[in-house]
Design a protein around this ligand. Structure first.
Ligand code: RP5
Length: 167
């Protein structure tokens, strides 16, 4: 599923439909920043052939950054990174059994040579993965750079305009 009629430049993938509650925050911030992206469930364990196909085809389809969210034995980001040279940002989904520590450690502890940029567990990680992906594209895209500057300005202003935490 693509976000606009423009060809997607960021692929947002996740291990299960149950991850969408977290990963929709990555999609939302990308949309807010005007970044064309696609979202898709790709499971490292349930659809391994699809994972390989996705990674193999991503560069040729114009994808420039992949955001991958998974929980538990979260092998999706690492296996995508193993199969493509594109930057992969991993979002550890908060698991029920271990609160996302399993997801975090299995995404972060990659062997040297196959990096995954690992974000925080849950919503904050998903939002920041979206912002990081936009930051990468902004290096060569003035419109996304301007949208990022405006986003950061709004965020700062919202804090400065409301300094009293009781109101
Ligand atoms: C992982 O297993 C997914 O990324 C998800 O976070 C977790 C649980 O998946 P479901 O059983 O909810 O489909 O592969």
């Amino acid at each position: 599923m693509t976000s606009t009629s423009l060809p997607p430049r960021v692929g947002v993938v996740m291990g299960s439909r149950s991850d969408w509650e977290t990963m929709e925050h990555a999609s939302s911030v990308l949309a807010e920043l005007g970044v064309a992206h696609e979202v898709q469930v790709v499971s490292a364990h349930r659809t391994p052939d699809l994972l390989f196909q996705y990674a193999d085809e991503a560069v040729g389809r114009g994808i420039q950054v992949i955001i991958a969210g998974a929980g538990g034995a979260a092998h999706l980001p690492g296996m995508l990174a193993a199969k493509t040279r594109l930057p992969v940002f991993g979002v550890p989904v908060q698991s029920k059994a271990l609160n996302g520590m399993d997801s975090l450690l299995s995404i972060a502890q990659m062997p040297a040579g196959i990096p995954v940029g690992t974000l925080a567990i849950g919503r904050a990680g998903a939002v920041n993965a979206g912002i990081l992906a936009a930051s990468v594209l902004a290096l060569h895209d003035p419109a996304i750079a301007a949208a990022l500057d405006a986003y950061r300005h709004r965020q700062t202003k919202a804090v400065l305009d409301n300094p009293d935490p009781r109101s």
